[in-house]
Design a protein around this ligand. Structure first.
Ligand code: GDP
Ligand code: ZN
Length: 310
């Protein structure tokens, strides 16, 4: 038995595929191995750096290195189970679309605020532009303007026709990137357009309805031929935020964070307080109304949690 360090590239419940020196070793957790302070369904996620012992065939994970950042979610807002989607990321790409299945800005803002909270840089990619009509183009352009004003890089692509895919390749080069988004927005198709040799299976959308809630599959990391790696996350239906304090939330909306020190009250929630700099910025048009409403609806969900919710 010898000691190794590697990166988790796939996890399927009790087994973890760990890559070290271009070799992949299947590891399990030591039976008594527990990680302090983490309450998740998966103590170890794709992207984690782990220490393990191995006889050359299989291994046992003995330690996990501190995470630089992570994406962590609940299956729904009311769910108690939290799940670490991936760790130690240089970038997350949120793949969205205004074609089917249309992504709501509510979903986008829940993801973005959580990525801010856990320190993951995010870019937005609108996919399927090959089937947008003039109205959808106009709407996407409007959203891209809102989000790029806040500081997020925005792209409009078609995985099907490869339009603007070069821009995404440039973005991904030499980074460890998470591809996230609803099932059906075209993540697999996009990864195939970026790296055709992978030949990921794309799914006809009608299948999603048949599969219902049981379409849980596992995240997986792939190396890119031009440098960097990409983590695919199939089967995502919802993005529930992990617990936070009401006063914290506006710190994760960068455009609100910029002005909130001018609010009269240091713990202003920007809902009803007098002399609120955030609400003033919304009235002036410096903060988008849509983002502000999504902020309110996230807060609302928090307040609606039943008693005993932790
Ligand atoms: P995933 O669940 O996010 O991985 O989505 P898939 O990559 O499996 O794609 C879901 C469906 O959308 C498939 O039928 C794809 O062929 C289709 N699709 C993906 N990207 C595009 C695109 O750019 N344009 C069009 N028209 N369809 C796309
Ligand atoms: Zn305020």
């Amino acid at each position: 038995m010898s000691d190794f360090t590697g990166i988790v590239i796939r996890s399927t419940g009790s087994w973890y595929a760990v890559k070290t020196n271009n070799e992949i070793i299947n590891c399990r957790l030591r039976r008594k191995f527990k990680i302090k302070g983490i309450k998740t369904t998966n103590p170890i996620a794709v992207g984690d750096i782990v220490k393990f012992i191995s006889d050359g065939k299989n291994g046992y994970i003995t330690a996990i290195e501190d995470r630089k950042n992570c994406i962590i979610r609940k299956a729904t807002n009311l769910s108690k189970q939290t799940h670490i989607v991936a760790a130690n990321l240089d970038l997350a790409i949120l793949v969205v679309t205004l074609a089917y299945p249309r992504t709501s800005t509510g979903f986008i803002d829940r993801f973005l605020s959580s990525a801010e909270a856990y320190d993951v840089e995010t870019a937005l990619v609108w996919n399927k532009i090959d089937i947008y009509d003039a109205r959808l183009f106009e709407l996407t352009t409007k959203y891209a303007k809102i989000y790029s004003n806040v500081g997020y890089q925005c792209f409009m692509v078609s995985a099907k026709t490869s339009e603007n895919i070069e821009q995404i390749k440039t973005l991904l080069k030499d980074k460890k990137t998470l591809m996230f988004g609803h099932s059906g927005v075209g993540k697999s198709e996009l990864i195939n357009a970026i790296h055709p040799e992978l030949k990921l299976k794309t799914k006809e959308i009608s299948l999603y309805h048949k599969k219902g809630k049981h379409a849980t599959t596992f995240a997986e990391m792939f190396d890119l031929p031009f440098g960097g790696s990409i983590i695919d996350t199939p089967g995502i239906k919802e993005f529930g935020l992990v617990d936070f304090n009401v006063e914290e939330l506006s710190h994760w909306f960068p455009e609100m964070k910029k002005v909130l020190s001018n609010c009269k009250f240091y713990n202003c929630t920007h809902i009803h307080e007098p002399q609120c700099a955030v609400r003033k910025a919304v009235e002036n048009g410096e903060i988008s109304e849509e983002r502000y409403y999504n902020y309110l609806s996230i807060l609302n969900n928090v307040e609606e949690q039943p008693a005993g919710w932790e």
